[in-house]
Structures are given as structure tokens and as C-alpha cells.
Design a protein around this ligand. Sequence first.
Ligand SMILES: Nc1nc2c(ncn2[C@@H]2O[C@H](COP(=O)(O)OP(=O)(O)OP(=O)(O)O)[C@@H](O)[C@H]2O)c(=O)[nH]1
Ligand SMILES: [Mg+2]
Length: 328
Amino acid sequence: MPAIDPGQLAEELLGGDRRALARAITLIESSRQEDRTCARDLLTRLVPHSGNSFRVGISGVPGVGKSTFIESLGNHLIDAGHRVAVLAVDPSSAVSGGSILGDKTRMELLSRRAEAFIRPSPAGDTLGGVARRTRETMLLTEAAGFDIVLVETVGVGQSETTVSRMTDMFLLLLLPGGGDALQGIKRGIVELADMILVNKSDGAMQLTAEQSVTDYRKALMFMQPRTEGWEVPVEAISALQGDQTTKVWEQVQAFRETRQQAGLIESNRAEQNTNWMWNEVRNGLVERLKTDNQVTARVAELEKAVTENRLSPTSAADELMDVFAGKR
Ligand SMILES: Nc1nc2c(ncn2[C@@H]2O[C@H](COP(=O)(O)OP(=O)(O)OP(=O)(O)O)[C@@H](O)[C@H]2O)c(=O)[nH]1
Ligand SMILES: [Mg+2]
């Protein structure tokens, strides 16, 4: 690859050049040292141009219909004059190479539209690594003029929390279930949701979906609201038939308005940025510590002492940190 000129790449990206955007993302996803330096330069130039979007996280178990919903919503938004970026956070992408969004068949129409930009999950060995690249990709798409960012994540483990920490709103898609529909899902995830959609409300499942809506609404009455003045809406939708999409978007806008008026979008983003910075510091410090020559010279001995109960883990950790800081 010829040397990249970050200044020129930034100019092209700001001009809305899709290929520049794709190249920029490839650059920030690279783990090569010279690319990392270049990526940092690029981000410094582009961050002041980022942020002009509404960021929506979309989560739910595999097969609930996230991609189908995004196809429907995305097309609706483009028809309304928006430019839509679709990103993904897939915690399994290290193994699968990023399956989520990998096949764009669920977003066939959307993926062919000039006003849409769809990017599969970056591969990474940790959720933290995947998240960092997705956050940075989000900033790049915003700088390139996309004003709605949809982040899809599969509802397993920690990824929902991760995505809720990089977005302005969190949508949870659920499957129609029986009377005790709440049982199957973790309460913590429901508590993250700013809106709940019971998908596949069509055909034989429609009645069940409507029953689930009633159940969830009841259950939510006993939960602490995340945003004052905002009652988490629960709606039955059919992503496949595309109905209710307009209504869903109206609710998203109402939420945005509520948060905006309370100054919560800005303050939430500020907090997210600070947390992100400290996360990077934590991860980066451990990485540097582990590759530090003085530290590596002592690690084996200290680990041995800890495993043999001759030294407390806390003391050993203190010692390693002191060695790293040059105090011992
Ligand atoms: N009947 C019905 N089927 C749907 C609906 N939405 C999605 N499906 C079907 O459900 C299957 C899974 O849909 P996807 O959109 O790929 O689901 P997903 O949540 O993105 O799945 P992963 O990305 O694998 O986690 C597909 O066969 C869709 O056609 C719906 O509203 N009604
Ligand atoms: Mg999907």
C-alpha cells in the first residue's frame, strides 16, 4: 500500500467520497504500527467534524429481525432525506470474521442506495477492540455526512452494554413470547432499553405479539425510568412487512427531543467520551506494562510467588506497577 496522506484522505472524506470513507475505515481497523499513527492523525483532523448525527443502538437475540428492521427503517429514513450509516458490533467477529451484516441479503435494497453506508463488524480479539473501531468508524461516517447512525449488535453477553455506551438511544427487539415473556431475557438488558419492539407481529404470531406488548408494558411499570419524562414505549411491529416503521421513527424523534431539551444528549456523549478515554488508558497501560522490559524480567518470579502463596496478589501487583513506574 502506498503511504497514506491523512490530510488528503480527510479532505476527500469530508467531501463525501465513499471510497475515501472505506479507505479511512480500513486504516483505523489496521493494527500495523505505522497505520495506527496515521489513523490517529486522521481522527484528529476529523473529530471536529463528527457528532452531527443521531446514534441508535439496535439489539436483540440472533434471528429476531434486527437486519430486516434496519432495512425497513433505513429505507424509510433515506426517503425522508437522511443519510444512514449502518455499523455492527459482533463480539464473535474474531472467530467468524464478522458474520453479522457480513451477508447483506437482509439489507438488499438499503445496501444498494447511495445514501446508505453499511459496514460489517470489525474483527478484533476483544469486545473492547471491536468497540473502539466501531466508535471510530462512527466518527468517520459522521464526518462524511451521515446524519443517522444505526449500530446493530447481537444480544449476547456484554455487547448490548457496549453499544448502549456509544449511542444516544437503545432499541431492543424481542420475539413474541407466551405470558411469561419477560422470563427469557435478562432484566439488565431491558433496563437499558429506551424503546422495546416486539417483532414478527404478523400472521400466526400477531396475537401472541400483542399479548407480549401488554405483558412488557405491565412489567415496565415497575422499573425505574432511565430518562425522566420518558415512558419506554413498547410496540408490536413486523419488520418484514415494514409496517409501523413510520410510527417507530416518530417515537425515536420524540425521545431525541425529550433528551435534547433536558441537555442529556450532550452530557451523555461527554460522559461516554470520558469513559472511553479511561478505558483506553486502562487497556493501553496493561498492554504497555506487559511489554515493558523491566516488568517482564520480574513477572515470572512474581507469578510464581503468587501461585505458591508466598506473596499476596495485591503486593505482587503493587510491585509490578512500581517497577513499571521506575520506583523499584
Ligand atoms: N415473519 C416475520 N419474519 C421476520 C420478520 N423480521 C425478520 N424476519 C425473518 O427472521 C429471519 C432473521 O432475520 P434477520 O433480520 O436476519 O435477523 P437478525 O436479528 O438480524 O439476525 P442476526 O444478525 O443473525 O442476529 C429472516 O428469515 C427474516 O426474514 C418479521 O417481522 N416477520
Ligand atoms: Mg443481522
